[in-house]
Design a protein around this ligand. Structure first.
Ligand code: SF4
Ligand code: SF4
Length: 453
């Protein structure tokens, strides 16, 4: 029987209408805006100023703490400005604006297509390359990858899971890289396996991607047969169920281990990385290439040209969409990410980030909220919740601002998957209400546990 997680989940139509679109390279725009806040943790500090000449792959932002990351120029040109500019959510963030003049890459970056299979044995060399090339998690969290690969001394991983589930409807960028860059992804996995010192790597892919499963199995088999360092890597077919790609759900599906409330995967001996992160690790270590581009799905039934594009980080969304023919009149909303967990795009002039995975256009009909009615106590939201929460109860407690009770009922464990909202016949905006309450409760927990000054 195909594996899946044990609690809750829903089955939205997967709508992978861009799955057949091979990755195309988007021409470099005339101008890029590179954010210094592209990762979880402290924003990077810009190391360039207006008038500076930069090359492709040059450092333009340095980490500002342990949990932070380098940022590199994705183009060659002249820095026009360093200052505040609105991001996708409309929030002002420091960006480096660069006028693009050429595409001259920094010395030492291997820009050839040659695949480098031999795994370096020096783990410090691998970790330094990952850090220095600004690799962050591309599954949504953008946590600096070198930090995740160095668990604290009292915690030990025994398995690395690669997330190839891509369970959100519409998204196909991970699917395309699994088809087109399968070998590089497996090499990235072997590099991380070596750093972590684990014997086993499982690449979890949902059953609705049979071609990707076949390609990845083929890559695993050929690397294991020909080169040292590739034993213990397997592809696992998972049942199609949302949110299979949630970290805790994937760990449950693959290992049957349960991560406790407010716990981390490493607490149960697991490190999870996305397949796109594995590709970035391959490029960083084997090609010395910084994370300056990524594959983005542009899709939606109302969008005339379904696409998977390789885009330089810092490219304005409006440039991408104009290149594909412009925003159709029937589009009422643009979302970054999928329809379940994605965030509305407030500003089409915003630039792409390392972690941008899609631009999804939805019609008014698709975004219109049905009128809310009273809770009929059907329990469907609780049945659907993959974290075992009681969304109807959390909703009631949130409306009454009962923070102690919200914490007792583990609102802080909500992964904001939207399964409750998707299942509710009364159309109650459960996710919106619970998300705000979760933020408040986490702030209360942090203020309680913060060291006293
Ligand atoms: S959004 Fe939160 S409460 Fe709702 S189903 Fe997902 S985890 Fe449960
Ligand atoms: S699914 Fe909606 S109507 Fe049913 S119990 Fe939950 S909140 Fe109430």
């Amino acid at each position: 029987m195909k594996k899946t997680f044990s609690i809750g989940g829903v089955h939205p139509d997967d709508k992978k209408i861009s799955a057949g679109c091979a990755i195309e390279v988007l021409p470099t725009p005339k101008k890029v805006y590179i954010s210094m806040a592209q990762h979880l943790g402290g924003p990077a500090k810009a190391t360039v100023a207006a008038g500076d000449k930069v090359k492709t792959g040059q450092v333009i932002g340095e980490p500002t703490g342990f949990i932070s990351a380098f940022v590199h120029s994705s183009v060659t040109g002249t820095v026009k400005s360093v200052g505040l500019r609105k991001d996708l959510a409309g929030i002002p963030v420091i960006h480096v604006e660069i006028d693009v003049e050429d595409d001259e890459w920094m010395d030492g970056i291997d820009t050839t297509d040659t695949i480098v299979r031999e795994i370096p044995q020096d783990t410090k060399f691998i970790l330094d390359r990952i850090r220095n090339n600004g690799v962050v998690g591309l599954g949504g969290a953008t946590f600096p990858t070198n930090v995740k690969l160095c668990p604290p001394p009292d915690k030990k991983a025994d398995i690395l899971i690669l997330n190839g589930a891509e369970c959100e409807p519409y998204l196909t960028s991970d699917y395309r890289i699994m088809l087109e860059k399968s070998e590089q992804i497996v090499i990235g996995a072997a590099l991380m396996k070596h750093v972590l010192g684990v014997e086993r790597v499982v690449i979890g892919i949902e059953e609705n991607k049979p071609e990707a499963i076949a390609k990845m199995k083929e890559a695993v088999a050929s690397l294991a047969a020909g080169t040292a360092g590739y034993s213990g890597i397997e592809v696992m077919t998972l049942k199609k169920k949302y949110p299979q790609g949630g970290e805790k759900q994937l760990i449950d599906a693959v290992t049957h281990r349960q991560v406790k409330s407010m716990g981390l995967p490493i607490d149960v001996g697991v490190v999870v990385q996305n397949v796109a992160t594995s590709l970035a690790v391959y490029e960083a270590v084997q090609k010395n290439k910084p994370l300056i581009d990524n594959t983005i799905t542009v899709t939606g039934e109302c969008f005339p040209k379904q696409s998977n594009l390789l885009v330089r980080v810092g490219t304005p969304l409006s440039y991408i969409v104009d290149w594909l023919g412009g925003i159709p009149e029937t589009a009422a909303k643009a979302v970054s990410g999928g329809p379940m967990m994605g965030k509305a795009i407030a500003n089409m002039d915003a630039a792409t980030l390392k972690g941008t995975s899609s631009i999804l256009f939805l019609t008014e009909e698709q975004t219109k909220r049905k009128p809310e009615t009273n809770c009929i106590r059907c329990g469907k939201c609780a049945e659907a919740c993959p974290m075992g929460l009681e969304p109807f109860l959390l909703n009631k407690l949130a409306k009454n601002r009962m923070y102690d009770e919200l914490e007792e009922n583990a609102v802080q464990d909500c992964i904001e998957c939207g399964c409750c909202l998707y299942s509710c016949p009364a159309n109650i905006p459960l996710l919106d209400i619970i998300r705000i309450a979760k933020g408040d409760v986490i702030r209360i927990i942090r203020s309680r546990t913060a060291p006293k000054k």
